[in-house]
Design a protein around this ligand. Structure first.
Ligand code: GN1
Ligand code: MG
Length: 355
């Protein structure tokens, strides 16, 4: 049993504690009590998230706001510790928080059918739409410059220059791939800075495994993993979901022939997202394919950066996993370059249906 669990008021006495291994960052446990109540206990990785206080402030601000909105999507609610704090600071750099497990819910690592992916799109679209009038500037940045691709490029260059593990020589082809795409991958941030795209409350980590589904109906219940909820662009949320979910293979697949962009899944997601988010501006809608492009390149670059830095950020199961992950992203990106016109066409067609 993890002793941190005893810092929270529980219904019953904890009898079981299992580690759940999804996600590359935080450590998550499913705890069951003798009253058959289940909880999710999570240790926030403070290397990735040095400011747990900002995360918890953001989450409580939006959950309070959503409670006042009729028809707003469901939200997970963190329980305070027995001494009334929003999370338990273990004094060793660990921050722990707890919420009640949503019964009869399942988490999918991949969409098993296009309908699953459509539900995923609706869930993230609803989340964003419900917060469309929430003043985004009231939220703190839980990870500054999280999707600021030019800043990510700067850090990538630093990692290349430092080359602390001597891994650079072996990945010259990959680094050249990234550097050759800097201009295009930086466009979204330029548009944000120029005020051409509205800053919204976004989730910023919109993988399908950050959605809970009802085990019986397969409808989305709510989005989880709210650590990166902060001001952002709709294109980030759209794009990150496509990056992960419209790929035909896992993000560490080593057989790159199996990694393809599935245009049908791309369309299904676009449809669900636009239906749930009817208030997006024309420019925002037009920026969605660029969101997919940017999030894919950025994520690949982050995996490669971490590979160069010695795998400090993303948890790995074997030594070259972050490099494998980078390869899948670059393969997917090459597909996007090839299928660019179709991606734009699909977004335009789905937007028209929705107009
Ligand atoms: C991380 O922890 P997880 O798997 O939900 C990362 C995302 C990446 C993703 C890549 C806070 O999310 O940005 O896209 O891995 N989250 C953070 O799979 O960095
Ligand atoms: Mg997650």
């Amino acid at each position: 049993m993890r002793e941190e669990i005893f810092r929270f008021p529980l219904d019953g006495t904890p009898v079981r504690c299992e580690r759940i291994k999804t996600g590359h960052i935080n450590e998550t446990y499913l705890v069951t009590t003798d009253a058959s109540v289940r909880y999710i206990l999570q240790n926030v990785n403070t290397y990735a998230f040095p400011r747990t206080d900002i995360i918890m402030d953001n989450v409580s601000a939006i959950s309070r706001y959503l409670q006042t909105r009729p028809g707003a999507p469901a939200m997970i609610r963190y329980l305070d510790t027995t001494d009334g704090r929003r999370y338990y600071d273990d004094g060793r750099g660990g921050a722990w928080r707890l919420y009640r497990f949503v019964e009869n819910s399942i988490c999918l690592d991949r969409a098993e059918t296009p309908a699953d992916f459509y539900e995923c799109a609706r869930a993230f679209g609803n989340f964003q739409h419900a917060l469309i009038d929430f003043p985004a500037e009231k939220l703190g940045e839980t990870i500054p410059d999280f999707h600021n691709t030019p800043v990510r490029y700067a850090r990538f260059r630093e990692a290349m220059a430092a080359d602390t593990l001597g891994r650079l020589e072996a990945v010259r082809e990959e680094t050249a791939f990234v550097l050759a795409r800097e201009e295009r991958a930086s466009r979204l941030q330029r548009m944000r800075e120029a005020g051409q795209l509205p800053v919204r409350v976004t989730h910023n980590d919109t993988k399908i495994n950050n959605v809970l589904f009802d085990a019986d109906t397969r409808r989305a219940i709510c989005v989880i993993d709210l650590d990166t909820v902060m001001p952002g662009l709709a294109a980030y949320d759209f794009g990150d979901a496509i990056r992960y979910g419209a790929s035909t293979a896992a993000d560490d697949e080593r057989d790159l022939d199996r990694v393809r962009l599935d245009l049908n899944l791309f369309r299904v997601f676009t449809r669900g997202y636009l239906e749930a988010c009817p208030a997006l501006t024309e420019k925002e809608i037009a920026s969605l394919p660029l969101g997919a492009y940017t999030m894919t390149l950025e994520c690949g670059m982050r995996f490669l950066t971490d590979h160069l830095m010695g795998d400090k950020y993303f948890a790995i199961d074997y030594p070259e996993q972050n490099l494998d992950r980078a390869h899948t992203q670059f393969k997917l990106l090459s597909d996007m370059e090839e299928m660019w016109d179709e991606m734009e066409k699909i977004v335009a067609e789905e937007a028209k249906k929705n107009a």
